[in-house]
Design a protein around this ligand. Structure first.
Ligand code: ADE
Length: 238
């Protein structure tokens, strides 16, 4: 059974978009995962096919109607009753590699992409949706967030990534950001590749990479560094 993505959106033509290219695109063509974009507007009931309305309480923008969104969700759940239901919003819980990994190990997901000022709160509560954000900035809609989640999940599916270890050593899996990479030429723009990397001493290379990963994490992400240090103290051999 392959990973199944059902995307609820007002812009189904945005998909597969970038997910049709490169690693994710090849995996899609192979059938390692499937992607269906469902047009929310198809569930509008009035003659204007309206999907949004003005907010109660006033204020700018429009809010997506609960009845229309709910009908779209019902269709997705009929197609994939076992799939977790996720809605993208900047006030959701931050998407992490841990959540991505758990989703990639599961049957897939229903991904609801919001537009306008938001989605009526009642349908989010009624359907017990998991609210996710991809970062502390505001997108014009959830579609790029759905693409981010799917890109991150699909590369973890069995057989999708090339080198077996490329999934293990990378950023976040270890709790550290990645060490720097170099290839030929050995000197470029008067910058030489670090000597240890050309030396063939594998233990020295591993130690250098570890030290660089720690330095970069400490400098750039004090939050990750603190968590990493706490883990290292709890289990010093890990
Ligand atoms: N919709 C708008 N902004 C978003 C964000 N940062 N993450 C997820 N969905 C969003």
């Amino acid at each position: 059974m392959s990973f199944r993505a059902l995307v609820l959106t007002l812009f189904p033509e945005m998909f597969p978009g970038p997910l049709g290219q490169s690693l994710a695109g090849r995996a899609l063509a192979r059938g390692d995962w499937s992607l269906d974009a469902i047009d929310i507007r198809g569930f509008a009931t009035d003659k204007h096919r309206s999907v949004d309305d003005t907010p109660f309480g006033g204020g700018p923008g429009m809010v997506m109607r609960p009845d229309v969104v709910d009908a779209a969700v019902a269709e997705a759940l009929a197609r994939g009753p076992d799939l977790p239901l996720i809605v993208f919003t900047p006030r959701g819980k931050l998407l992490t590699q841990k959540r991505v990994r758990a989703l990639a190990e599961g049957p897939g997901a229903i991904l609801l992409c919001g537009r306008y000022e938001g989605i009526d709160e009642r349908v989010i509560a009624h359907r017990r949706m998991e609210e996710l954000s991809i970062g502390d900035y505001v997108l014009s809609g959830g579609e790029p967030a759905a693409m981010v989640l799917l890109d991150a999940a699909v590369r973890l599916l069995p057989g999708v990534m090339g080198a077996a270890e490329s999934g293990i050593e990378e950023s976040f899996a270890s709790g550290l950001l990645e060490y720097p990479h170099y290839t030929r030429p050995a000197v470029w723009q008067e910058r030489a590749v670090p000597e240890v990397l050309a030396g063939g001493n594998h233990a020295a290379i591993a130690a250098w990479r570890r030290a660089e990963a720690e330095r970069i994490t400490r400098d750039r992400r004090p939050d990750l560094w603190t968590a990493y240090r706490a883990l290292a103290e709890a289990a010093p051999t890990a």
